[in-house]
Design a protein around this ligand. Structure first.
Ligand code: PMP
Length: 395
């Protein structure tokens, strides 16, 4: 059967990342490839207690259809989280989404026509690239250094691309690099968005997981003109399986999001929303975030020490102060997939860099995740990876 698919449908032959994750799922393999939180920290008993309470006290409402904008109890919980980001706002600025992934999707649907340009960090979150591509976007990548997106490159991109409709950024502990944009650059980005009248999509799943340095204000908190749309999620601080995220935007724009969401899935799972709100009411989420942060810090330190000890000279890596990822740059390697193959031969998996670039991939790069590998696997995994790098760099 030959299906007459739309242009949006991806070709399974090009599912490089799916193939990588499949190979990484082999129990023999130490995987630094995924992006999953540590499951041993999920607060299962707390969620069980919250779920019982919700069913006892609000059972019918939790099992009923709900509003597209989200359950008010959860939006109030989200307002408290936003305060931490320096965003002092009201519930009419907040919509619950089915994870940040849906917020990205609705944003693409709302702002992009075929051929429009999305400005992204080089590299950027690969699943955002997939989403925006499905809406016909072209990508213009902006160079980064350890301080995030370079503002002179951003301005050049804005000057040269009158069809730029969105700047998509993960300013804190970015996926895939773990890098964080400085305050000065944040201020400049907001200024440029206003000057060139382009919307900014600020994606902040990792900001709360910080073990070093000062909290930096979100772009949204610096935005005086309404150009920044902010997205948050429960996935990294609580549970990704509950699929709870949020969009923060001016009410006029949020109304459009709510209408678009209604056509996408009517609303986010009511039961999940009530259970999450109940959990946050009965427990101190900041205590929980502290536990997550301490464990990821420990794993990151172990990985960094092993990298510094075993990786060949000349290999560079980012130095995250929080989050779940680090980025590695290997000189002289033309094909990142070669790195992946050499590592997999030694039963270690990483994600090669190419799919993280909207355009013009930089070869010899890869992403490593440290949140999901127990301590006893980290050092040996890095040693094997170092041997793979030796092999690839020697060619
Ligand atoms: N944005 C970024 C940068 C991410 O890393 C992720 C998850 N890997 C998401 C969005 C999607 O997260 P979720 O839909 O679970 O909130």
């Amino acid at each position: 059967m030959t299906y007459k698919f739309s242009d949006r449908v991806p070709d399974p032959k090009n599912d490089a990342v799916g193939d990588i994750l499949k190979a990484a799922a082999d129990p023999k393999v130490t995987s630094f490839a995924g992006g999953l939180p540590a499951p041993e920290l999920f607060p299962v008993q707390g969620v069980k207690a919250a779920a019982d309470k919700v069913l006892d006290e609000k059972g019918p409402a939790a099992l009923q259809y709900g509003s597209a904008q989200g359950v008010p109890e959860l939006r109030n919980v989200i307002l408290k989280r936003l305060e931490v980001e320096g965003i002092h706002t009201t519930a009419d600025h907040v919509m619950v989404a089915t994870g940040s992934q849906q917020s990205i999707d609705l944003t693409g649907k709302m702002f992009l026509d075929e051929g429009d340009v999305v400005i992204v960090e080089k590299p950027t979150y690969l699943t955002a690239v997939d989403v925006f591509r499905s809406y016909g976007a072209r990508f213009v990548g902006v160079d980064m250094d350890e301080d995030g997106m370079k503002m002179d490159s951003l301005e050049e991109a804005l000057k040269n691309n009158p069809r730029a409709r969105l700047i998509y950024t993960v300013p804190t502990f970015q996926n895939p690099t773990g890098r964080t944009m400085t305050l000065e650059r944040r201020k400049k980005l907001v200024e440029l968005a206003d000057k060139y009248d382009v919307m900014v999509l600020e994606d902040n799943p990792y900001g709360a997981i910080r073990w070093e340095g000062e909290n930096l204000p979100s772009l949204k908190s610096l935005d005086k003109t309404g150009h920044v749309i902010y997205m948050g999620t429960m996935s990294k601080i609580f549970s990704p399986g509950l699929r709870l995220g949020w969009v923060v935007a001016e009410p006029e724009l949020l109304k459009r999001y709510t209408m678009m969401k209604q056509s996408a899935d009517l609303h986010t799972d009511s039961f999940s929303q009530y259970v999450c709100a109940q959990y946050f009411t009965d427990n101190d989420i900041n205590d929980h975030i502290k536990k997550i942060t301490a464990l990821y810090h420990k794993r990151e330190q172990l990985m960094m020490k092993a990298i510094d000890k075993y990786f060949p000279k000349g290999v560079q890596h980012s130095n995250p102060q929080g989050g779940m990822f680090l980025w590695v740059m290997v000189p002289g390697v033309k094909d990142s997939k070669e790195l992946f193959d050499a590592a997999l031969k030694r039963n270690v998996a990483v994600v090669p860099g190419d799919p993280f670039y909207g355009s013009d991939p930089v070869p010899g790069t890869f992403r490593m995740n440290y949140s999901n590998t127990p301590e006893d696997g980290i050092v040996d995994g890095v040693k094997q990876l170092a041997a793979a790098l030796d092999e690839v760099m020697a060619v």
